[in-house]
Design a protein around this ligand. Structure first.
Ligand SMILES: Cc1cc2nc3c(=O)[nH]c(=O)nc-3n(C[C@H](O)[C@H](O)[C@H](O)COP(=O)(O)OP(=O)(O)OC[C@H]3O[C@@H](n4cnc5c(N)ncnc54)[C@H](O)[C@@H]3O)c2cc1C
Length: 322
């Protein structure tokens, strides 16, 4: 199968990039390989709207309207950037003119208890947690960042009792600063969320239909489910194995304008026109629709490429071509 544009990843970046390509090029074929079983959806609704009674149908993104061929439930396994081909985990080979890696990120996990903990990221995780709330009402949430605090709020507003534990002293302290995070501590405390600040989870074990979460300070929490939001790692393996330099290239803000380390897009090598691209970036690229802009750029240029800097470097800015 040959595609003018091949996109690896089935998330919101991929969907927005498809839209961006179609704004420039309405004819040439686009293929999309996504590891999740369903087409792209709005991940943020998994921790917000769906717990406030909004219709489930809102999660879907109308990607099919963009005339794209979807290969879902498939993992792109081998990228031959020079030969311009990708092989997936079912042995299907795709060739391309231009490739976009929009592989996003995977939640960090503890080295223990993996099948007992919902590392909340996907629609499957949402469904798992929903099913647990139909059976029980006591939940432990590990992590005091965005994911942890949103899930704790979602559960509490659906009449569940929540224990939230995190090593910092306040919720989202690094992001919100001391005053706002103190307000959050108080607010959550008044709304059925018990805070175990300065506390770490160290193990989990099943007890019948429930699980026991143990903490560093010796507590044992008997709950109906454990949810963790302890950051994500960017999925760079495919690019690295292919010898592409990760990551200097295009680093996106996500659609809400926040830097997300997972949102690193790499376009496979082709004739390189760095001058053109760099000159046009400041006018063309708007943070609030940066993934779509990358899709548009992809259709106009042969390459958006990259020297390397270590993956551990901090994001250099909102949208950077370096
Ligand atoms: C619960 C929740 C709430 C959020 N709320 C907000 C919010 O309010 N505001 C905000 O700005 N951000 C929010 N975010 C973050 C936001 O959703 C992400 O920044 C965004 O979804 C990232 O999109 P992405 O497509 O770049 O990556 P991902 O969503 O990680 O998608 C990448 C996709 O590629 C697939 N993939 C990876 N490798 C391969 C491969 N080799 N082959 C095939 N497919 C592959 C993955 O399975 C995945 O489906 C939230 C995230 C979550 C989980």
């Amino acid at each position: 199968m040959h595609y003018s544009y091949l996109i690896i990843g089935g998330g919101m970046t991929a969907a927005a990039a498809v839209q961006g390509i179609r704004e420039i090029d309405t004819n040439n074929p686009i293929g999309l390989i996504g590891a999740e079983a369903q087409p792209p959806y709005k991940r943020p609704l998994l921790s917000t709207a769906l717990w406030k009674g909004e219709p489930f149908a809102q999660v879907w993104i109308d990607i099919e309207l963009q005339d794209v061929e979807l290969f879902l439930g498939r993992q792109a396994q081998v990228l031959d950037a020079a030969g311009k081909q990708v092989t997936d985990d079912q042995g299907t080979v795709y060739t391309f003119d231009k490739l976009l890696l929009a592989t996003g990120g995977t939640p960090r996990r503890f080295p223990w208890g993996s099948d007992q903990i919902i590392y909340y990221r996907t629609l499957a995780d949402y469904r798992w947690l929903r099913s647990l709330t139909e059976e029980g009402q006591r939940f432990a949430v590990i992590g005091g960042g965005f994911t942890g605090s949103e899930i704790a709020a979602a559960l509490a507003m659906n009449n569940n009792y929540v224990v939230m534990l995190f090593p910092e002293t306040k919720i989202s302290e690094r992001i919100c600063g001391p005053d706002l995070s103190q307000f959050l501590n108080n607010y959550y405390g008044q709304h059925q969320v018990e805070l175990l600040a300065g506390e770490r989870a160290i193990g989990v074990e099943r007890r019948g239909a429930q699980v026991v979460l143990t903490t560093q300070q010796g507590m044992a929490l008997l709950v109906d489910g454990v949810i963790a939001g302890i950051e994500i790692e960017p999925n760079t393996e495919l690019a690295q194995a292919a010898g592409l330099k990760v990551v200097r290239g295009v680093l996106l803000w996500n659609v809400w304008g926040q830097v997300d380390a997972a949102r690193r897009l790499i376009v496979a090598p082709g004739p390189f026109q760095p001058g053109d691209l760099i000159r046009r970036l400041p006018e063309r690229f708007a943070p609030e629709r940066s993934a779509a802009d990358v899709g548009s750029a992809m259709s106009e240029y042969d390459a958006i490429i990259e020297e390397s800097f270590p993956a551990s470097d901090p994001p250099p800015g909102p949208l950077a071509l370096l």
